[in-house]
Design a protein around this ligand. Structure first.
Ligand SMILES: Nc1ncnc2c1ncn2[C@@H]1O[C@H](COP(=O)(O)OP(=O)(O)OP(=O)(O)O)[C@@H](O)[C@H]1O
Ligand SMILES: [Mg+2]
Length: 356
């Protein structure tokens, strides 16, 4: 098992920057998710850790030892590619045993280990089949078993659940987490599904455009996002961002202003209001219902307000408001976030006194 460090790691191809100045440390046995939009450098980060790519700059360390020059096969890293990449002409058992081909080991011992791992991921009845005779979820488990057979120091999972249906995805989430705990293997899961990241990981690395925006617990990413990017990317439906300024200890947006404390003047700011933390109340900001989206157990409304279009969420199976209804929106002021309008960074210390 391993503690992983990335120290100022960059990967570039000519002018293309895939990853820039990555700095982070993963604890031994930690489960970390990398979350970010397409093209932000998630897969590149995994390939750097696996040794498939060499960093252009910086150092990668396993348990304090530099591994930049260590061959992939000598890093003891298990990787599950998004495509599974199983060998179609081999049986499940042969696929699982494939990483042991350079390990000197009796064939019977290799088979015994393959069976143990197959039991762990619950495919022990499928060992004689070929990948073409398996469902997507079963193939995914074979890929997982193959990644686990060498008891890796580090397990890298690149969107391993993206091809599964919703039900199977749910059960695989908890299964992967169970296996990870059982083996105590440091794990990095790449996903662009934030629910997957928040339900599975101890910590999340939120990436944007090749850089780390924030590394934090799921709860902190949600409650204390460092930037407007993180605030918008984590949380669903996305946070409402209202453009304004802070003047004489008031947040000013258009005709409206709200008293706040902790800060007196900032030319451009964003006020962040989470839709699920806005609620219809007797008193509050006047608004007119403009959109209604039933989402199963919740209704997502959009309303025109003096602060512009705001989304708010209500837990209810059926809508209780109609288009054009006049409502008032309230929120707990401690939940309102402020960000710098220029660099998007969270403004600490600014707290709203009143929202109405
Ligand atoms: N071999 C390569 N040569 C040149 N550019 C590359 C190469 N591989 C990746 N890139 C570029 O590096 C950036 C990051 O790519 P990467 O595959 O890491 O993104 P990702 O976050 O995994 O995206 P996705 O969610 O779509 O899988 C992208 O702009 C991509 O075009
Ligand atoms: Mg990718």
């Amino acid at each position: 098992m391993a503690r992983i460090e990335l120290v100022g790691v960059a990967k570039r191809w000519g002018n293309t920057v895939a990853v820039e100045d990555m700095r982070t440390e993963l604890e031994d046995r930690e489960f970390v998710a990398i979350l970010g939009p397409s093209g932000c450098g998630k897969s590149t980060t995994l390939f750097l850790l696996a040794g498939i790519y060499a960093p252009t700059e910086g150092e990668i360390r396993f348990d304090g030892v530099r591994v930049n020059e260590v061959e992939p096969k000598d890093r003891n890293v298990g990787i599950v590619f998004q495509s599974y990449a199983l060998y179609p002409n081999m049986t499940v058992e042969q696929n699982i045993m494939f990483p042991l081909r350079f390990v000197s080991m009796e064939a019977t011992e290799a088979q015994k280990q393959a069976r143990e791992i197959a039991e762990l991921v619950q495919i022990e009845k499928l060992l004689e089949r070929r990948p073409g005779q398996l469902s997507g979820g079963q193939q995914q488990r074979v890929a997982l078993a193959r990644a686990l057979i060498k008891k890796p120091n580090l397990l890298l999972l690149d969107e391993p659940l993206s091809n599964l249906d919703a039900t199977l995805r749910l059960s695989m989430r908890s299964e992967i987490r169970r296996i990870q705990r059982e083996l105590g293997v440091t794990t990095i899961l790449v996903t662009h599904d934030q629910v997957e990241a928040t339900t599975m990981a101890d910590r999340i690395i939120c990436m944007n455009d090749g850089r780390i925006e924030q590394i934090d617990t799921p709860e902190n990413l949600y409650r204390r996002p460092n930037t407007t990017f993180v605030a918008s990317f984590v949380g669903s439906p996305p946070i409402n961002l209202v453009a304004g300024s802070i003047r004489e200890s008031r947040f000013v947006a258009g005709e409206r202003s709200f008293p706040l404390s902790g800060i007196t003047e900032t030319a451009e700011v964003w006020m962040g209001l989470r839709p699920e933390l806005l609620a219809v109340a007797d008193e509050g900001l006047p608004a007119t219902v403009a959109t209604i989206e039933p989402m199963g157990r919740e209704i997502l409304y959009g309303a025109d307000s003096p602060l512009g279009f705001l989304r708010f969420l209500e837990a209810a199976p059926l809508p209780r408001f109609s288009f054009g209804d006049k409502v008032r929106l309230a929120t707990v002021v401690e939940n309102v976030l402020f960000f710098d309008g220029t660099d998007g960074g969270r403004i600490d210390g600014a707290s709203l006194n009143e929202f109405s």
